[in-house]
Design a binder for this molecule. Structure first.
Ligand SMILES: [Zn+2]
Length: 234
């Protein structure tokens, strides 16, 4: 059975990233709130402070300081994840990022479960290089992955296995899951970051047709993101 589950998991590691939106629309519609824009130069000295605050059980397998900082800035929006075991790894995958429970979750208690976020380091597979994303967009992109972890961490092992199976075999589950992750990202105050990432995706002519189509099918539209940002304005 374990082999079978691992097979499912390996399949599961294939669909994540973002929504496709019109960059023009993004610039035409004024969003009255949630205007924070994270700039790398304002955080460049913050890594050690973040590691003290949130670094427990976090393993960031990269030398990319910008990526590490984006990870922690996004994580600061998800306090429930601060004590969870989370690793970040660069890997050759067919999307920009993916979030998943560590495969050993099957034999572990829910509270001992670890999670992984993979970041694609082989742009040839998607046409998109995460290093070209703005810092703000990178924070939004990682924030979407953390929204998945919130979802996974609410499930017991049986529910998680059922969910993974459904995600792989049922397109509606995939779409619902991705759209909900976008909504959660916006609720956490990372709506404009999400839009930034999407605008980058949209304007990037190198993105493969297949990848673009997959994103358009499964994620919130730009209009929907803006509506959600406004809905969460206070
Ligand atoms: Zn996702």
């Amino acid at each position: 059975m374990l082999v079978k589950y691992c097979f499912f998991l390996s399949l599961f590691i294939s669909t994540d990233a973002f929504v496709i939106f019109s960059q023009n629309l993004n610039s035409e519609i004024h969003v009255n709130c949630d205007t924070t824009s994270y700039k790398l130069n304002e955080y460049v000295d913050s890594l050690s402070r973040y590691e003290i605050q949130m670094g427990k059980k976090k393993n960031l397998h990269t030398d990319d300081e910008r990526l590490k900082l984006a990870f922690y800035v996004a994580l600061s929006h998800y306090p429930e994840l601060h004590h969870k075991k989370i690793s970040l790894k660069l890997k050759s995958i067919k999307s920009t990022m993916q979030a998943q429970p560590s495969p050993s979750f099957i034999v572990k208690r829910k509270n001992k479960r670890g999670y992984s976020i993979f970041v694609n380091n082989n742009p040839a597979l998607t046409g998109l290089n995460y290093e070209e994303l703005s810092f703000n967009g990178l924070v939004g992109w990682i924030g979407h992955e953390f929204a998945h972890l919130i979802d996974y961490s609410s499930m017991n092992n049986r529910e998680l296995l059922g969910f993974i199976t459904a995600y792989i075999f049922d397109k509606r589950t995939m779409r619902r899951t991705e759209r909900n992750a976008d909504r959660e990202t916006i609720k956490r105050g990372l709506g404009t970051q999400l839009l930034d990432g999407v605008a980058f995706f949209e304007k990037n002519k190198k993105v493969s047709k297949r990848y673009r189509k997959r994103k358009q099918k499964n994620y919130l539209s730009e209009e929907e993101i803006i509506v959600d940002i406004k809905r969460n304005c206070h």
